[in-house]
Design a protein around this ligand. Sequence first.
Ligand code: PEP
Length: 256
Amino acid sequence: MAKPLIAGNWKMNTTLQDGMVLATALQQLLEGVTGVEVVLCPPFVSVAAVAAALRGSPLKVGAQNMHHEDKGAFTGEVSAPMLRDLCQYVIVGHSERRRDFGETDEVVNRKVKKALEVGLRPILCVGESLEQRQRGIYAAVVMRSLMACLDGVEAPNGLVVAYEPVWAIGTGMAASGEQAQVMAGLVRQVLGQRFGEGVAASVPVLYGGSVTPANIQEFVSQPDIDGALVGGASLDAKQFAEIVRITARARAGRPG
Ligand code: PEP
């Protein structure tokens, strides 16, 4: 079983100073909490400073995006080799990038491969829209998207997959534990077919979409859900720390 993982996606929030205050508060609130990998994903401009502030602490840092090329004429972009020295994780294929910046599965696939190549752990996001859920095609959509994003990936060492139904992100309308488990199970099944059962079991599968301290227990008590990708609630140190604490308690005693 994968180690539980809780990642906070700060999105385009927090100035450098806000980010430092938030990271420092979390470091204090989470002192002594073990058994959960905690990842903070600030905006690019704060990644280096937050990473420096957290040096020596078990908290990890991630970026929210990256370009799939190493370098070149891509104004405004940041590459994997630039991030590798600063942080350990990178979110790829978030639905806001897909929706607002036209990222396709093909582009996301290139990012996944590049992140793995340089030793960054990609948090690969997949999920269906409300319309796709209502039409009953959500399982097929997510399965196809996941397979496309993993096309050509040989060894997914370090891969993390986040199932994030688009209709649940930032809406306050979280999926039920049961709905999330069905999809996390499907993700695990696809990973098993692609890489074998042993590898599939070791990949953390997260749920994301309006996670709060009030509902995290429902998700992390599911057999195929290893944690959460948290947006809004990750901006509140007390709420985020509580999500981590509940996860640590829920998973204590379970093998892995
Ligand atoms: C997200 O941004 O990935 C997310 C899940 O956001 P929220 O928790 O606010 O729904």
